[in-house]
Structures are given as C-alpha cells and as structure tokens.
Design a protein around this ligand. Structure first.
Ligand code: NAP
Length: 355
C-alpha cells in the first residue's frame, strides 16, 4: 500500500514541522510511536502486494532487470553489511544475495556469524556470504578490518552501516567513548571513511546508514556524549541515531559528483535482539507480548532492501526514509552547519581517544 505509506509519512512530516514551529517538538515522538503501531498492524495484513515476500521479490527483480546481465557477469557485485548476523542485517543480507551480491558479513562474533552464514546458505541455496571480523567498538578492530578488506578487494558497491547497540547501561568502547555513540556513530564513521576509495571505484555505489525514529529523542549536545554523569540511555541512543542521519547528510554533500549516494533510514519497530539491554530476552513473556506490536525482521529489512536495490532511488542522495518512503528528518539534519560540526567533532574525538 505505497500510497498509504507515503501519505502517512507526508502527514507525519507536516505534523513534525508544525510542532517545531510552535515549540512543541518534544511532543512529536509519541505521535511517531503511535504511527509505528499503525504501520505494524498494516504490515500484519501480509497478503497480496502488501506481503513482505512480495515486496522483497519486487525490489530484487527490479534490480536484476535494471542491472544488465553482461554488466553483472563481468563485475561481481560486493556488499558489506555490518551486524548482519542477526535481525534486520541478516534479512537484508539474504535479499542482497538473491539480487546477485556477494555479501561480507562484517560482524564481531565469529561463532554467531558462522551459524548465521550456515543458516543463510541453507535457506537460499547460495554460497554468497563471507565473514570478516569487525568490532565497531574498537578502533584497532576497524583498522584491521580495513586492512584485510583492502588486501582482498579493490571496489565496494554497497555499504550498509546496520550494526547497532541500544539503551545499554553506561559503558564505553575499547577506546573510552560512550558505547552507543562510539559504536553506532564513531565506529561507522571510521569504517565508511576508510572504505571511500573502494566505494568510489564502484560503478554506482550506495551507502545506507541505519538510523531510527529515536533520532527525534536525541539532541545535538556534545556534553551529553562526553560527560558520563549526564548519561541517559534513551537520550544517548537518540543522539547516536541522530548522528547517523546527520553523518549521512554531510557525507552525501562531500560525495556530490562522485555518483555515490548516501541515505539514512528507520527500519520500523522490529522484533530483534536490539532489545537485549531492556531486560527482554528472546523467551520472556514481555518479548512474546511485544512481538504483537513489532515487525518481523524480514518486514524490518524492506526499507534497507528497497534503498539498496530499487531503480527508483538511482541518484537519490542525502535523504531520510521511513517505511520505504522519504520522510522529514529531525531538524538538526537539515542544518548544514551542525552536520559539518558533527563531522569535525567526530574527527577530534578520534584523534583524542586513539591510543
Ligand atoms: N529493531 C528495531 O526496532 C530498530 C528500530 C530502529 C532502528 N533500528 C536500527 O537497526 C539496526 C539493526 O538492528 P536490529 O534491530 O537488527 O538489532 P540486532 O538484531 O541486535 O542487530 C544488531 C547487530 O549489531 C551488531 N553489533 C552490536 N554492537 C556491535 C559492535 N560493537 N561491532 C559490530 N557489530 C555490533 C550485533 O552483533 P551481536 O549479535 O554480536 O551482538 C548485531 O549483529 C541498528 O542500527 C538499530 O539501531 C532498529
């Protein structure tokens, strides 16, 4: 139901802008959560052209039609998906393999990823998945990943910055940064910048950054990132997801004219392991109840898969998406000075915290 989805985004965008104008921005997030439930209920009408498998197949076949066979035969498409061993990333990796990509599963846990790869191979009958170790909470691990990638590949067609950690108690990365900002934003910042030469070497590369509607709970305030006494697990998750969208916007500007596109997205409220720090385990009654109000991981992969594959988004860059359609991001994302400031701040943090 694309008209309903894009119509809802239009309405929500209008409400957000209006709330902003009259200083009621903080009341927008509850509105947004309510529309999430509406969307989830809609997605449970899993039949016809609304069904998740139907939509995924249509994005995959659209891609296969548009990338000419000869082009594919001479040029093996390569994708890196961070955190692909579970949830949204796992389902995204599956669709990319069906579309003809070799998918590098850039993950921190070898055992979990080997199990995921074995399941993906069984499910798809494809041998298109490779494990490469990457811990985004460690500068050393990211640099090791980059070294190993560059030793094997000269171009990268698709980078999906998907990995994430949500609402954990105060913790730090190996290098001492607050864990959510350090992993979700700074880790992906180093990874993406380190892969830019290979990304530019591809014919039509795309970069996706998984943000969240939680960006609307975030504020661009450096002291909240730097001072542990100010830590609030909800606000700091929001800050890291706001940073994902601001980074995507700034990078899209810096890559203008290269043919590389960069977009950010919210995958929906999805039933995954992301809730681990909320005390909701896979087998708890809370999780089973919550599942009723959450998208399946496959439905949660729809926006990533569409942005990665659809010809509709050829050349589209610097935008933010929810539920497979463009959406208005938090106001900071539309502020070029702030986005550049975040970039400079991140570089300073890396220089300071690098041991
Ligand atoms: N689920 C939702 O409702 C929702 C809503 C909005 C946005 N998102 C965003 O969607 C993305 C995917 O999340 P998901 O829902 O699919 O959750 P998930 O199943 O928990 O997947 C998260 C992935 O990130 C990996 N990861 C965490 N810390 C890492 C690190 N330091 N280095 C490398 N990988 C790391 C995890 O690895 P391990 O398995 O080893 O822990 C896992 O593979 C996240 O960016 C999240 O913020 C999700």
């Amino acid at each position: 139901m694309p008209i309903l989805e894009s119509g809802t985004n239009c309405l929500k965008g209008g409400v957000y802008k209006a709330f902003n104008k009259i200083g009621l921005e903080k009341f927008y997030f509850p509105v947004s959560i309510l529309t999430e439930f509406g969307y989830t209920l809609l997605s449970k009408l899993n039949f016809g052209s609304n069904a998740t498998p139907y939509k995924l197949n249509s994005y995959i076949s659209d891609f296969k039609t548009n990338i000419k066979l000869a082009e594919r035969e001479n040029d093996q498409l390569l994708a890196v998906v961070t955190g692909a061993n579970s949830g949204v990333g796992y389902e995204t990796a599956k669709s990319l393999a069906y579309a003809g990509y070799v998918v590098i599963m850039a993950c921190r846990n070898k055992e979990l990823t080997e199990k995921a790869i074995s399941d993906l191979k069984t499910e798809t009958g494809l041998d298109s998945f490779k494990f490469m170790e990457l811990n985004l909470a460690s500068f050393k691990s990211i640099r090791k990943f980059l070294e190993s990638f560059k030793a094997q590949y000269t171009k990268l067609d698709l980078l999906i910055n998907n990995a994430g950690v949500m609402m954990c108690p105060y913790m730090t990365t190996e290098d001492g940064l607050e864990l959510q900002f350090g992993t979700n934003h700074v880790g992906h910042f180093i990874l993406t910048n380190g892969l830019l030469n290979e990304i530019k070497a591809a014919k039509r590369a795309r970069i996706l950054c998984l943000s969240s509607i939680a960006q609307f709970t975030g504020v661009y305030d450096k002291s909240l990132v730097l001072e542990s006494s100010k830590y609030d697990k909800v606000v700091n998750y929001g800050i890291s997801k706001l940073a994902n969208a601001m980074f995507a916007r700034e990078l899209s500007k810096r890559l203008e004219g290269t043919g590389v596109t960069v977009n950010s997205l919210h995958p929906g409220a999805v039933d995954t392991n992301l809730n681990r720090h909320l005390g909701i385990t896979a087998y708890s009654i809370g999780r089973k109840f919550l599942t009723l109000f959450l998208l399946s991981p496959a439905a949660g992969s729809l926006t990533s898969v569409k942005l990665a594959l659809s010809s509709e988004y050829e050349g589209v860059t610097g935008k933010y998406f929810e539920h497979e359609h463009e959406m208005v991001p938090k106001i900071e994302v539309d502020n070029p000075e702030l986005c550049k400031d975040l970039w400079d701040f991140t570089e300073e943090l890396i220089a300071t915290y690098d041991k």
